[in-house]
Design a protein around this ligand. Structure first.
Ligand code: UTP
Length: 322
């Protein structure tokens, strides 16, 4: 669904989305280390703007309060935060020290993902910090699905009348601007899985949403940007990812903000136990491709949930202005 213009279609979806706030929960994945950012606190404590230095966590809480203020029949929006061993204590400290930023303590649910062992080479040798001490790293944001299942959180929220979960990341200050319209799209189209996206410039380091077609199966899924070009060249497009007249790829860029329909979600979690396909992405030390530059580990991604879908689940994309 194209939402790149602020027109009556946009207004229509936005008003549908606002009406749905009463039946919506927010899931924040905040277990990542932010190694690439080089910040040594939790990313949720970073200011989203410089004047009042509002941290992301306070900004998100304010947006949730604003959602509640717009409801006809006010209720607390369930706010689920996934943390890891690395981010958990500081996240809790920020919430406790600030009286949950105006939210009710009971509406905030903290789930903790576990770290996993890392391996040092192709033989799967465990990487060690010191003798008998493993080097551990996060297992990726795909753990959220397993945790929402094993803790019973997803099933409980469904029983409480929640119809959609919105999955957001730790440092996306814009996200609540787009959420009402995207939620409206999910309501109207009945999408089981709706990805917020923007038009993507070919080659850009942003995952691409594409329909993958095999002989007897079709799947709309995020393709990592480093895999898109080789995939296209080997299949439908010898020139790779070709821009259209506006300079954009035909494959929308995945912002990884997801809206999942609760009814199908709970059913799929029960069938799969929330176990998402793992992958490994080692960076090799040299051309012999036997030892890794840094220890690597198995990871999962939350946007891979549609891999568990059958032909009856609807996957869609809501495209916003960059
Ligand atoms: P990123 O892809 O930015 O990864 O995470 P990261 O681990 O935070 O950062 P780097 O790779 O170390 O630089 C996208 C979102 O997924 C969450 C992050 O907190 C962020 O909101 N995440 C990532 C988890 O919740 N758990 C993980 O294991 C990894």
């Amino acid at each position: 669904v194209d939402l790149t213009r602020f027109d009556t279609t946009y207004d229509h979806y936005e008003s549908l989305g606002v009406k749905q706030f009463e039946k919506t929960g927010i899931v924040l994945v905040a277990g990542g280390l932010g190694e690439r950012l080089g910040y040594n606190g939790i990313k949720l404590d970073i200011p989203v703007e410089v004047l009042e230095t509002t941290p992301y966590i306070a900004h998100y809480a304010a947006c949730i309060k604003a959602m509640e203020a717009r409801m006809e029949n006010p209720r607390s929006v369930p706010f689920i935060i996934m943390v890891s061993q690395d981010t958990g204590p500081k996240t809790l400290l920020a919430l406790e020290a600030n009286d949950y930023f105006g939210l009710k303590k009971e509406q905030v649910h903290i789930l903790r993902q576990e770290l996993v062992p890392t391996i040092a080479d192709n033989d799967g040798t465990l990487a060690l910090e010191s003798k008998y001490e493993l080097i551990l790293k996060p297992h990726g944001h795909g753990d959220i699905h397993m945790l929402l299942h094993t803790t019973g959180t997803a099933a409980r929220l469904e029983q409480e009348g929640i119809e959609h979960l919105l999955f957001i990341q730790d440092t996306n200050g814009q996200v609540f601007n787009a959420l009402p319209a995207a939620l409206g799209v999910s309501v109207e189209t009945g999408y089981d899985f709706n990805s917020i996206a923007v038009n993507r410039i070919p080659g850009e380091a942003v995952g691409a949403l594409a329909k993958l077609v095999h002989t007897d199966r079709e799947l709309t899924l995020n393709v990592e940007y480093n895999q898109l070009d080789p995939l296209l060249r080997a299949t439908v497009s010898p020139e790779g990812d070709v821009p259209n007249d506006q300079g954009f790829s035909m494959f929308p860029g995945n912002i990884n903000v997801l809206i999942i329909r609760m009814a199908s979600y709970v059913r799929i979690l029960e069938a799969s136990q929330g176990i998402i396909a793992e992958f490994v992405n080692p960076k090799y030390a040299d051309d012999t491709k036997s030892t890794f530059k840094k220890p690597t580990r198995l990871e999962t991604m939350m946007q891979d949930l549609p891999k568990l879908f059958g032909p009856n689940e609807k996957v869609g994309v809501s495209i916003f202005d960059r």
